[in-house]
Design a protein. Structure first.
Lengths: 341, 337
């Protein structure tokens, strides 16, 4: 995976520890959670490490991961996008409707990507263009886009997808030699792309600067408006792509597709060490956190824990993962200021 | 800058806003009423009043939270949890008086609010993240507590159900409770020192801390209050629906509540917001969702409309705010010269 820990360094506390270990610090909570969950899952069921089960189940998490990748950019910029799952629903609904209207599936899928990006652009118009707070705007478009999907589809379920389009999650890259789920490969591809964007391009640097101090970034000649708008549009594009993936996995489209996924996606981003106030975060962190959440949920599924209780445990993990490192940092800061005196 | 002119311009902005929302509310009533006379039917009006009442109790709490520059996304789950606990206690101990049951619901809510308060005020987790977590946690707790068994109408005492339909002078107790909450909140925010401090904390937490305000204590307190109000809302939910399903009691309520507060003119970045605005915002949300159903607009359009109305509210808001700020800075410049 890409080496994108670099922009972290100016932000870390001036501790006397070696830099090399400090680079790993933001990932420690999710790595620890991943390890614990895998051990728990393996101990509680011999089927936990069953690869065909992982293949079947990874699809869901890949979609969450795609939303989370876009959100990583938006949150690093100091914004938030609560509308991603509703955007996904509109994109999927458009695709289904076009397909039923006789449009070939390839074009319909492209249209889903375009719709996703377009809805992201609408968010950007309100937030960047008109200077409205992203939390409220995307809270509104969360309802607005979901409503749009419901208006487009009503109670209707689109099921007319061609055979060859359905079941991307059942495809293995290397065939029978080794099970390498196709969606997972695609997610890693997207992650490398986003990692590259964030750590190796001017756009990425602009994101960190915008998120750390918008005023200062503006006065240093960073085009913050363009940076923020691009992040919203890329997030929309990812929502459109996730809609295509999800439709291929489910083989049908209903207007409630992806309901509530925004919470999981944001949880993944924050768990991965991205600061909700902006300016800090990495793609690697988001991906590690995605695997951690996946391991936790799958180990709970295998021990027959109810869905809502699974969500609750992910909530506990989210909070613990923020409180513990924060307390450690505060403690360290106190120690280092004492030393200065 | 003279602080007096600032507050008076803000106040006039507030009044303009409130008049605007009140105008929209009246307009909606006229439109829905003329499209379908059934909208103004006694039964429908009382159904609006009851659903607005529940929403209002939570919206007032949310307004106070948002004034301190925080947000509580967990209100729907807290409502569900306290409704569930109260419903179960009522099922096991049918002879328990109604007021004690309500107190139990409020206590459960306050405890949940205290968890949020500790996370935000003491552990300093950003409120949006902390309550995103507890949104899931309290929903999960509702499942664990109830063992996924719902509370049925025969488990809810008649006296409890009567709260939503009858009371002194024919006004349901539910509405009276909501009115008491509104009046107390109005008194608190406009007539007490602590109320003013709440705004100070929201406008500038660091400055408030330096001035020696107890930011930690007040933030904690406001979350506990929010929880207790969500608990009261939970009790009223049981009174109205007589059913508590662990999966959907209060599900998605946070959206309606936050919409009502934002439409009512409370600044999402804290420091401003009025009780009257919140009352009007809640009425707008309640009337809109009821009216669309009565007029026969497909349920599918409702969510779209509720999203659109939030957008319109904040766009109008920022438009007026920008104009006033510009005028203000012009005045200040003139004075400096």
């Amino acid at each position: 995976m890409s080496n994108d820990a670099k922009p972290h360094e100016p932000q870390t506390v001036p501790a006397s520890n070696s830099r090399r270990s400090a680079v790993l610090v933001p990932y420690l909570p999710s790595i620890a959670i991943f390890v614990v969950a895998v051990i728990y899952g393996t101990v509680s069921s011999p089927y936990f490490l069953n690869f065909s089960a992982i293949l079947v189940n990874s699809g869901r998490y890949v979609e969450i991961g795609m939303l989370a990748l876009g959100l990583t950019l938006v949150i690093i910029n100091g914004d938030i996008d609560l509308s991603v799952a509703s955007n996904l629903a509109v994109s999927a609904a458009t695709m289904g409707l076009l397909l039923e209207g006789g449009v070939p599936i390839q074009l319909a899928a492209l249209a889903a990507l375009a719709v996703g990006m377009g809805l992201g652009a609408i968010n950007a118009v309100f937030i960047v263009g008109m200077g409205l707070p992203s939390l409220v705007v995307t809270l509104a478009t969360l309802a607005l886009y979901r409503g749009l999907a419901q208006i487009i589809l009503g109670d209707h379920a689109v099921t007319a997808y061609p055979e060859e389009f359905i079941g991307v999650d059942q495809v293995s890259l290397l065939g029978d030699i080794a099970i390498v789920p196709m969606p997972l490969v695609m997610l890693i591809g997207f992650a490398l792309l986003f990692g590259f964007l964030l750590s190796r391009t001017n756009f990425g640097i602009s994101c960190y600067l915008t998120g750390s101090n918008q005023q200062a970034a503006k006065f240093s000649g960073i085009r913050i408006d363009r940076t923020r708008a691009t992040a919203f549009m890329l997030t929309g594009l990812m929502a459109g792509a996730a809609a295509v993936m999800m439709t291929s996995r489910l083989g049908s489209t209903l207007s409630n597709v992806g309901l509530g996924l925004e919470l999981l996606a944001i949880t993944v981003v924050v768990l991965g060490g991205t600061s909700i106030f902006g300016g800090r975060g990495t793609v690697l962190g988001t991906i590690i956190a995605l695997f951690a959440v996946m391991a936790v949920r799958e180990s709970l599924v295998i021990s027959n824990v109810n869905g809502q209780v699974q969500d609750a445990l992910v909530g506990v993990i989210l909070i613990v993962a923020i409180v513990v490192p924060q307390t450690v940092t505060r403690f360290r800061e106190r120690v280092s200021t004492k030393r200065l005196r | 800058m003279n602080p007096l002119t600032v507050t008076s311009t803000w106040r006039s902005l507030g009044r303009l806003r409130e008049a605007g929302i009140a105008g929209v509310v009246v307009l909606l009533i006229v439109i829905f009423g003329s499209l379908n006379p059934l909208f103004l039917d006694r039964d429908n009006l009382s159904s609006i009043v009851v659903s607005v009442g529940i929403l209002m109790i939570l919206a007032i709490g949310q307004m106070l939270v948002i004034i301190t520059r925080n947000i509580d996304l967990s209100v729907g789950s807290v409502l569900g949890l306290s409704a569930m606990v109260m419903g179960m206690v009522g099922r096991e101990l049918p002879e328990m008086p109604t007021y004690l049951l309500i107190l139990i619901a409020m206590l459960v809510g306050a405890l949940a609010g205290a968890v949020n308060g500790i996370l935000v005020a003491v552990a300093r987790v950003p409120s949006i993240i902390a309550t995103l977590g507890t949104l899931a946690i309290f929903r999960g707790l509702t499942f664990l507590v109830s063992n996924n068994v719902q509370v049925d109408p025969e488990d809810v005492a008649d006296e409890m159900q009567d709260l939503a339909s009858s009371g002194p002078l024919g006004i349901p107790w539910l509405v009276i409770f909501a009115a008491i909450v509104v009046v107390l909140a109005w008194w608190f925010t406009t007539r007490t020192m602590s109320g003013k401090r709440l705004y100070a904390i929201g406008s500038n937490p660091e400055a408030a801390e330096m001035r020696g305000l107890n930011v930690l204590g007040m933030t904690f307190g406001v979350f506990v209050l929010m929880g207790a109000l969500a608990g009261l809302g939970g009790a009223m939910y049981v009174a109205r629906f007589a059913t508590v399903n662990p999966a959907d009691a209060g599900l998605g309520f946070e959206l309606a509540v936050i919409s009502a507060v934002v439409i009512g003119g409370t600044n999402i970045f804290g420091g401003s917001g009025t009780v009257i605005g919140t009352v009007l915002g809640t009425m707008l949300v309640g009337i809109l969702s009821n009216g669309l159903t009565v007029v026969g607009v497909s349920g599918f359009w409702q969510r779209f409309a509720s999203g659109a109305i939030i957008l319109i509210a904040i766009i109008a808001d920022s438009f007026v705010r920008k104009r006033i700020e510009r005028r203000q800075s012009n005045q200040t410049m003139a004075r400096v010269r």
